[in-house]
Write a protein that binds this ligand. Structure first.
Ligand SMILES: CC(C)(COP(=O)(O)OP(=O)(O)OC[C@H]1O[C@@H](n2cnc3c(N)ncnc32)[C@H](O)[C@@H]1OP(=O)(O)O)[C@@H](O)C(=O)NCCC(=O)NCCS
Length: 307
């Protein structure tokens, strides 16, 4: 058995739909205001896919961009993972559709861990490469959350957006790559963020459609409380496991569910605010399409990378 080897991100790509939905557009759809959304969430606008665009379309465009960034062809890949809560359909998995479209004849599977899916997928990819099982893995986080959003529910519809991000994970020199990670889940809080119907628990029926149970439902304040704690604890654990100090961190890429959650973490970490990526004002919460640290489950995850 060869020694474990370091693994990290070799290249990245992303794609966002061109259509912009602003807070002012939302004012015309539900009883809300630009002022409420900005002050409670920090979001100003988000991208929304066209009706005919599906998650695998966004995933494909992000994947192509990542392959171009790496100077690789799809035939150079050994596996594909897609993290998503908005698959094109229940099954086959979105990774199968992406695999076919890229023309890569490889292992392909989805990871469904809410907004934490991308971090989980990167951690799995690292282990598959560290163990020499695979050399190059495409990890994609892709969402069309607009398709599962209840556009009549002002407490959720202002929060989400559509996007895809992709990374090629492969072997890296000693001392670089994914140094450590923290993953967790607490199913006792599963009801706080879910799509109530459409699964084996509550199969689709006229009633479930009439009661709007196929849309994302969330207990916002409950998730907020959890998210602040999860983001802080999980980041601190990942930093500890990576064998570094929080003050060594040059850039924090937090999940952009609510910029108030990012602010709370920034305060706790005692890091200058310009070390925190903040783009949620332009994209909203794009779930698995972001680097993330909390989400449905309720789940959490963070990882430390040396670039
Ligand atoms: C959703 C969220 C922004 C709501 O903010 P909040 O400060 O907790 O607000 P509340 O839900 O307590 O609602 C406060 C009031 O605003 C109202 N409100 C909710 N959405 C509104 C909207 N879009 N526009 C105007 N008013 C709204 C509520 O009805 C409530 O009114 P009431 O006091 O008369 O009942 C916030 O809870 C949040 O970000 N939660 C975490 C979400 C998250 O991270 N989800 C994804 C995890 S991956």
């Amino acid at each position: 058995m060869p020694d474990l080897r370091p693994a990290g991100i070799l290249a990245t790509g992303s794609y966002t739909p061109t259509r912009v939905l602003t807070n002012f557009d939302l004012e015309k759809m539900v009883d809300t205001s630009d002022e409420w959304i900005r002050t409670r969430t920090g979001i100003v606008e988000r991208r929304i896919a066209d009706e005919e665009t599906v998650t695998s379309d966004l995933a494909f465009l992000a994947a192509e961009a990542a392959l171009a960034d790496a100077g690789m062809a799809a035939s150079d890949l050994d596996a594909i993972m897609v993290a998503t809560v908005t698959p094109d359909m229940f099954f086959p998995c979105t990774a199968s559709l992406l695999q076919h479209r890229l023309g890569a004849s490889v292992a392909a599977f989805d990871i469904l861990v809410g907004c934490t899916g991308f971090v989980y997928a990167l951690a799995v990819a690292r282990e598959m490469i560290s163990s020499h099982a695979y050399n190059h893995i495409l990890v994609v986080g892709a969402e069309t959350l607009s398709k599962i959003t209840d556009w009549e529910d002002r407490s959720t519809c202002v929060l989400f957006g559509d996007a895809a991000g992709a990374a090629i994970v492969g072997p890296v020199p000693e001392g670089r790559g994914i140094l450590g990670y923290s993953l967790g889940n607490d199913g006792s809080n599963a009801d706080a963020l879910k799509i109530p119907a459409g699964g084996s628990g509550l199969p689709a029926s006229h009633e479930t459609v009439d009661q709007r149970l196929h849309y994302l439902a969330m207990n916002g304040p409950e998730v907020f409380k959890f998210a602040v704690r999860a983001m802080i604890d999980s980041s601190e654990e990942a930093v500890r496991k990576a064998g570094v100090q929080m003050t060594d961190i040059s850039l924090v890429i937090p999940h952009q569910a609510n910029l108030r959650i990012v602010d709370a973490a920034a305060k706790r970490f005692h890091l200058p605010s310009d070390r925190f990526v903040r783009n949620g004002d332009r994209y909203g919460n794009t779930s698995a399409a972001t680097i993330s640290s909390f989400g449905a489950g309720l789940s959490w995850g963070s990882l430390v990378l040396r670039w």
